[in-house]
Design a protein around this ligand. Sequence first.
Ligand SMILES: NC(=O)C1=CN([C@@H]2O[C@H](COP(=O)(O)OP(=O)(O)OC[C@H]3O[C@@H](n4cnc5c(N)ncnc54)[C@H](OP(=O)(O)O)[C@@H]3O)[C@@H](O)[C@H]2O)C=CC1
Ligand SMILES: O=C(CO)COP(=O)(O)O
Length: 298
Amino acid sequence: MAEKSIAVIGAGKWGQALHFALSQNQKCLITSRTKRDIKDFVDLQTALDCEYLVIAIPAQEIREWLQENFVFSGQKILVAAKGIEASTGEFLNEIYEEFVPSKNIGFISGPSFASEVIQALPAGIVINSKSKKLYEKFAPMFPRFLKTYYSDDVVGAEICGAYKNVIAIASGICQGLKLGNNARASLISRGLVEMQRFGKEFGAKKDSFLGLSGAGDLFLTASSELSRNFRVGLGLAGGKKLETILEELGEVAEGVKTSEAIFKLSKKYKIYTPIAKEVKLILDGKNPHDSLKDLLRS
Ligand SMILES: NC(=O)C1=CN([C@@H]2O[C@H](COP(=O)(O)OP(=O)(O)OC[C@H]3O[C@@H](n4cnc5c(N)ncnc54)[C@H](OP(=O)(O)O)[C@@H]3O)[C@@H](O)[C@H]2O)C=CC1
Ligand SMILES: O=C(CO)COP(=O)(O)O
């Protein structure tokens, strides 16, 4: 293993932004499934040989990718994805724990649009890990424009990052239907309560929902057209088919599949999650107007 070396795996929007950020303080390599003519691009094996890895492969794809490509040999890993596996309802930390010991892994959360990070605009992110030592190793690798915080609430951060994408879809629908700012604020704040209620069932800490990982990322994503999930909501409100919306987007919107996972988990554990449920029903074809009426009117 090449000691102190770092690589980003997955050169999508977020992977490239993280590569840019991590290249400020040290040399950072990058690799992806599709070869690209970009600075520091290497083959997968060269990246896997690095001591530090940042993995920016979407949640629904990661299990298969790990099974096919990854052998643990002491690497220290940060997971950049935000989502819950729809086929099993498993959180990313549960998937990764089959491959990586918990002291070697952390999860990035917090409000951080790739398009702003890649312009070196300031943001606060949280590195969530059972190991503070891991945080202390990664933190100095980030540039000053990304202020890093530590939390040991891995499951809380994961639920915040995944759930806010679903609320962002609902918020985009609300905006697309022109229901007004009051309605949108109601939806976002009820969404925060819903996320927290869901998280409680899995041992998440309340504070995570009130800080950068929860409220921070929710307010960002659920109120901006820079969010892919918010744009999915706008498209649904405009009567577009989901397939068309995703094709036009050309990037991942994790909230779509995550709403399925939340629906499943809520049923299994009997958790009251009305917004996520309506998002799932809309994605399955329910009229968005009827859904939002059901949610917002008494
Ligand atoms: N964009 C953002 O602002 C932020 C995104 N995130 C999260 O980061 C994750 C990635 O998002 P983002 O980079 O924006 O998404 P993109 O859609 O831009 O890119 C996803 C990348 O994942 C790679 N990929 C997809 N499927 C596979 C697979 N089966 N095997 C290997 N690689 C695969 C693709 O690589 P290739 O193109 O080489 O085929 C693609 O470039 C998501 O979970 C997202 O929620 C988190 C914070 C901010
Ligand atoms: O997680 C994000 C910002 O923190 C990005 O959100 P979208 O995937 O909706 O664009």
